[in-house]
Design a protein around this ligand. Structure first.
Ligand SMILES: CC(C)(COP(=O)(O)OP(=O)(O)OC[C@H]1O[C@@H](n2cnc3c(N)ncnc32)[C@H](O)[C@@H]1OP(=O)(O)O)[C@@H](O)C(=O)NCCC(=O)NCCS
Length: 181
């Protein structure tokens, strides 16, 4: 039920909660897919520091005039009943050379307990909106691929290997704006 969540920009105080959720989602989503050593070694404290920088950068960028067609935007989802940060998404300028669209969905991560609740749709609406976009998704991640297909994305044949883990990823693209139903 979408009324259960507030989707909002993160503030500095959210960094520890976002980092904890980020690490937990990866451990839930990629057990048996990515090397367990890598998942066990994910460091919440390091992630907190990264998130502090991300939040500070985005807050500063929001007050600057930007000529880029895509401005980096992160939104977090807070579960109203518990006050917990249960997910986040980031849409931002493409990181690849020669990208299929100017904007890339860098990440969307939601704790498993909140899958199927509609909060992922809320996060997509608040970040990508109805714009063209692309993303990289782990080949075995069929749930995410089904979710993206419902939002109008399709595989375009692009493949890659995650630089750290190394896990195979495929590219999904939505060239002409939202096809979400
Ligand atoms: C990807 C993610 C944001 C999607 O949010 P969600 O709430 O789970 O998505 P929804 O429940 O709205 O949609 C999932 C779809 O997958 C389908 N699905 C579920 N399990 C599936 C499976 N094993 N194989 C194929 N499809 C599956 C569901 O039926 C649903 O399809 P439908 O809407 O056509 O019925 C969320 O699952 C998540 O954060 N996962 C962990 C992290 C992750 O994988 N992030 C994406 C990285 S690219």
């Amino acid at each position: 039920m979408t009324g259960e969540y507030v989707v909002r920009p993160p503030v500095a105080e959210d960094a520890p909660a976002i980092a904890a959720t980020h690490v937990r989602v990866w451990r839930e989503a990629y057990a048996g897919v990515m090397p367990q050593d890598y998942l066990d070694g994910m460091d919440v404290e390091k992630s907190v520091a990264k998130w502090r920088l991300i939040i500070a950068d985005e807050s500063a960028a929001a007050t600057r005039k930007r000529s880029d067609p895509v401005v980096k935007v992160t939104r977090i989802a807070e579960h109203i009943a518990t006050g917990d940060v249960i997910g986040f998404a980031t849409f931002a300028p493409a990181r690849d050379e020669d990208p299929p669209t100017p904007g890339e969905l860098w990440a969307i991560n939601i704790l498993a307990a909140h899958h199927g609740s509609g909060v992922a749709d809320q996060l997509m609406a608040a970040t990508v909106g109805d714009r063209p976009a692309y993303l990289w998704v782990v080949e075995q991640n069929l749930r995410a691929q089904a979710f993206y297909r419902r939002h109008g994305f399709g595989v375009d044949g692009g493949t890659s290997v995650h630089e750290v883990t190394p896990t195979r990823e495929i590219r999904m693209v939505r060239r002409s704006g939202s096809g979400a139903q």
